[in-house]
Design a protein around this ligand. Structure first.
Ligand SMILES: [Zn+2]
Ligand SMILES: [Zn+2]
Length: 437
């Protein structure tokens, strides 16, 4: 494991002049001093200048940065576009003191411009996803089919290792950041794709859409003719609605407080849309009525009410919405309802985050102990990025997955803050930063 030795801001400033000298030399086609290079790097991209949205101290802004030398298993990607993941909004827009400068983000899509000496699967020129999660394929979790829990986050190294520095020498981390002209990450998080799909549409997949489609296609694949309930019609839930449609679900019930999102859910495949603020405490009963079988005779296909699949994509509010708020800002109510909605032998996929620290969900003890509901929690809803991202791209190419309708707000890099705000306050469905598209 390589760990970055801490260098104080004062030390960094003191050595800044020498670093800038090295940068100028490389940019002019010369070579930097040997001391500026780690032994196993490829010098071509070292000290390359680029711009990125950086959170540091109590603020965040687009900064001019210099790339640091990459390690042997890292890859440098010139970003085309990146979707803002709601999970990253607090990191990007928070006003607390951030002692470490960081490029917030959960990946993106772009083209490879540099590979480390030990990179095997990726070549310069490849169009790739930087995935919202790694898949090394060799750790214990990957070998057990749970790449969403891959143990090689950040290549197994220090997540705070810097990838770049500011003009004053301040080191910047962000091993997966997407709102940046360059992304630097380990090979484990890179998935090559061979497609002409526009970058803004691809950006619906690298993180959020990957999870939404995975919720219907990986750990609990939706069976044709089944009933699927999706709680929350943000970009993840709307991807799940589409996944359920693609898999041939008979009834798809989307529950969402924001009217525009409900309308989009219907366009993308929901057969029923419900407003949780209107349904109130009647929501579970109402959905159970919708999912009722045509008979109650057990030997004629009847059975207890409940959905075959429930996908929970609500979560706690990281920011108060500036549009219609849901009934419970903690997101706990939706977790409870998701369990109740699931049929006794159904599948429940929970995907959300943001619940208050220490909050608790309770279940009836007998059901928890020996009931038959199948619960599938997971990072990225159990996705295996190397397997799933290429096949999900083909769903766009074939017209089955409508990525274009999801990408409702596109911003240039200079307006990244607005992109984060649109996601944080839910004033759009999916917020994208387009850089080289
Ligand atoms: Zn994410
Ligand atoms: Zn792994």
């Amino acid at each position: 494991m390589t760990r970055w030795k801490h260098v104080s801001r004062r030390q960094a400033l003191a050595s800044g002049a020498a670093a800038i000298g090295g940068a100028a030399s490389v940019l002019a086609g010369g070579s930097a001093s040997p001391a500026a290079q780690s032994p196993a790097t490829t010098p071509g991209a070292a000290r390359r200048a680029f711009r990125a949205f950086v959170r540091f101290g109590t603020g965040a802004s687009v900064q001019q940065l210099r790339l640091l030398p990459i390690s042997p298993r890292q890859v440098v990607v010139e970003t085309e576009a990146a979707q803002i993941c709601y999970t990253t909004t607090r990191q990007a827009l928070g006003t607390n003191m951030a002692p470490q400068a960081v490029i917030p983000g959960h990946g993106g899509v772009g083209r490879v411009i540099e590979v480390g000496s030990q990179v095997a699967r990726i070549q310069v020129g490849d169009r790739v996803f930087v995935s919202g999660g790694p898949q090394c394929g060799e750790c214990n979790h990957c070998l057990n089919g749970r790449a969403d829990r891959c143990l090689m986050a950040n290549g197994g190294g220090d997540p705070n290792a810097p990838i770049a520095e500011m003009l004053d020498g301040t080191k910047v981390t962000g091993f997966r950041g997407g709102c940046s002209e360059l992304m630097v990450t380990f090979e484990d998080s890179i998935v090559p794709i061979f497609t002409k799909v526009p970058a803004v549409e691809l950006a619906m997949l690298h993180d959020v859409g990957l999870a939404g489609l995975a919720a219907t296609m990986t750990v609990a694949p939706v069976e044709p003719g089944s009933d699927v309930v999706v709680l929350g019609a943000g970009p993840l839930g709307l991807s799940a609605v589409q996944g359920a449609r693609i898999k041939g679900a008979a009834r798809i019930v989307a529950v969402e407080p924001i009217r525009g999102r409900r309308e989009l859910a219907r366009k993308l495949g929901a057969t029923h849309v419900l407003d949780p603020n209107v349904e109130g405490t009647n929501l579970v009963t109402r959905i159970q009525e919708i999912c009722t079988r045509p008979t109650t005779r057990p030997l004629a296909g009847g059975g207890p009410a409940g959905a075959d699949y429930v996908i929970e994509a609500v979560g706690g509010d990281l920011f108060a919405p500036k549009v219609e708020a849901g009934p419970d800002p903690t997101g706990i109510l939706s977790l409870q309802q998701a369990w109740q909605l699931c049929s006794p032998t159904g599948h429940l996929v929970t995907t959300s985050v943001g619940h208050p620290q220490g909050s608790v969900v309770t279940f009836p003890a007998t059901q928890w102990a020996n009931g038959s509901k199948n619960h599938h929690p997971g990072n990225l809803a159990g996705a295996q990025p190397k397997r799933d991202l290429p096949r999900f791209v083909r769903l766009i190419e074939s017209g089955l997955f409508d990525a274009k309708s999801l990408a409702t707000a596109v911003f240039p890099l200079d307006r990244t803050r607005e992109a984060f705000e649109a996601a944080a306050y839910r004033t759009t469905v999916a917020s994208v930063v387009s850089i080289q598209a």
